[in-house]
Design a protein around this ligand. Structure first.
Ligand code: SF4
Ligand code: ZN
Length: 296
């Protein structure tokens, strides 16, 4: 494929996925999680081309990691959002929780709490995105998860036998809690190498520095990641077929049974928590290091 056809093929796949699952309609205000990585630039680029930019808001969350997500990266996002006429909100762990990720991690280390930086990072980032989106009246949040991410999550949920998460990750899964802003993933059928190439062809200057905490990534997810790359190299296209199969099976066999499942509320902060829990993961993590979520 030439550069032009490649860009169009990725764009068409995103549009088809959005249409297939009715991910957006004209009344939606969509809050996009834009981190500054390649995938988030692709999300911002395609969404602002196919949807009314007045109804899009980019949200950038600064974790507070030395040398990572620096001011220069945020400047690149600002430039693109300005160019596309999309509002841009910048917030941070420091503003929302009172501490940077680095401060949370060193506190956890001092207190000998055995949780990885990525667990703090992922859990708190998801919470901030949901609350910020809700506060601005967004009806959907869009994240830049790609096909590789989705297949990793699918296999992770399968091997951990987390059936409710497995079903809730389906794009047709109903909203499980009133405080939960419905989440869409328009890039879920686009390979990671394709988002990298797309961003390169479009000339986006995305963040290339690796997070210093990457080596603390949960080992099971990292192993699954390596394994699915091996599978894909032996049998090209297998990830796409796997996700298509998952979509069909969940929709045909399980979705109707899960339609009435609602998530409980956290007894501390009132935000949604996982089935079978009464304290959400954010409050649990912060409690372990002697803190409370600021918005309680
Ligand atoms: Fe956060 Fe871990 Fe990713 Fe770093 S590698 S940005 S700590 S999830
Ligand atoms: Zn809570």
């Amino acid at each position: 494929m030439c550069r032009y056809c490649f860009i169009n093929s990725v764009r068409e796949r995103v549009i088809n996925e959005i249409k297939r699952y009715n991910m957006v309609d004209s009344s939606d205000t969509i809050a996009m999680g834009i981190s500054g990585g390649k995938d988030s630039f692709v999300l911002l680029d395609i969404m602002s081309e196919i949807y009314d930019p007045d109804k899009l808001v980019a949200i950038t969350i600064i974790e507070g990691i030395t040398g990572y997500n620096r001011v220069e990266e945020v400047e690149q996002i600002k430039r693109l959002t300005r160019e596309r006429g999309v509002d841009h909100i910048i917030t941070s762990f420091k503003e929302e929780v009172g501490f940077t990720l680095e401060e949370l991690v060193s506190r956890a280390m001092r207190m000998r709490v055995n949780e990885s930086p990525c667990t703090f990072c992922g859990v708190i980032r998801r919470r901030i995105l949901n609350i910020t989106a809700r506060n601005i009246g967004a009806t959907k949040t869009a994240t830049a998860h790609n096909l590789d991410d989705e297949v990793q999550t699918l296999i992770l949920n399968l091997v951990k036998c987390e059936w409710d998460k497995l079903v809730r990750n389906h794009p047709k899964s109903p909203k499980p809690h009133e405080k939960f802003v419905y989440k869409i993933k328009p890039l879920r059928k686009v390979y990671e190498w394709e988002t990298a190439l797309y961003a390169y062809y479009k000339g986006f200057r995305f963040q290339e520095v690796e997070c210093p905490y990457i080596r603390f990534r949960p080992t099971l997810r990292a192993k699954i990641r390596d394994y699915i790359y091996l599978l894909e190299s032996i049998e090209p296209g297998i990830l796409l077929r796997l996700l298509n199969y998952y979509d069909r099976v969940i929709e045909e066999k399980l979705l109707s049974r899960m339609s009435s499942v609602k998530l409980p509320s956290c007894i501390y902060c009132g935000e949604p928590t996982a089935t079978g829990r009464n304290i959400c993961k954010t409050c649990e993590l912060l409690e372990k290091i002697g803190l409370k979520f600021k918005s309680i």
